[in-house]
Design a binder for this molecule. Structure first.
Ligand SMILES: Cc1cc2nc3c(=O)[nH]c(=O)nc-3n(C[C@H](O)[C@H](O)[C@H](O)COP(=O)(O)O)c2cc1C
Length: 193
């Protein structure tokens, strides 16, 4: 299966490394798309090494072997996983904003390609009615599936809901969603490529 992992600019970025490893260990192909802010937390080099593929982090990069990278990535993916997902990116996707490579790929995904979103943020951000409304907007569309944040001591020192779900949980949930889509008669997965 071809898995697109979207990484956004939260402190839990480093946990996306383990998520990529989970998919790779099981023989899935992984390509990573990062927001510019995600690259402040973990370098693209780390994800390139773990995924064994180039990282997509710039909508305007030239010189790739394919012409329009965001469209090619959107076609390539059998499933997309955004982990960690910031409040910002959830808001953008919920409102149809596509102003960087990751959000543009998400917007360009075929209707049948599921998107798994694992939010991670400070408790007050998570409980903000705007964030909750954006989550509900996406959930109602059926295509977007949430792996909800855990209660934990957060990086900021607060204790509450907002910690990224464990990578292994996100991994299993992604496989479950991909399998249920296949049993619903969705298009055949690409062999990992
Ligand atoms: C140290 C630090 C940690 C942050 N952690 C989070 C986080 O866990 N979740 C979140 O939604 N935003 C977090 N932010 C704020 C985001 O980085 C900010 O909203 C940014 O615009 C997100 O950009 P992106 O969604 O394009 O990656 C953090 C900011 C800093 C400076």
């Amino acid at each position: 299966m071809n898995v697109l992992v979207g990484v956004t600019g939260g402190i839990a970025c480093y946990k996306a490394c383990e998520l990529v490893r989970c998919f790779r260990r099981e023989g899935h192909a992984v390509r990573v798309a990062m927001t510019a802010n995600a690259t402040r937390f973990v370098t693209a080099l780390t994800f390139e090494t773990l995924s064994n593929n180039p990282v997509a982090d710039d909508l305007w990069t030239r010189g790739h072997q394919y012409n329009v990278e965001h469209i090619e990535l959107a076609k390539w993916a059998d499933i997309a996983v955004i982990a960690p997902a910031t409040a910002n990116v959830i808001g953008k996707v919920a409102n149809g904003i596509a102003d960087d490579l990751l959000t543009t790929v998400v917007m360009a995904l075929p209707e049948e390609t599921p998107v798994v979103i694992a939010p991670a943020m400070n408790t007050r951000m998570w409980q903000n009615p705007i964030v909750q409304r954006n989550v509900e907007t996406l959930r109602a569309l059926g295509k977007y599936h949430f792996v909800l944040p855990r209660v934990a001591e957060l990086a900021c020192g607060d204790v509450g809901t907002g910690a990224l779900a464990e990578p292994v949980e996100i991994f299993h949930e992604t496989l479950r969603i991909a399998a249920s889509r296949a049993s619903d008669g969705g298009p055949a997965e690409h062999p990992a490529s």
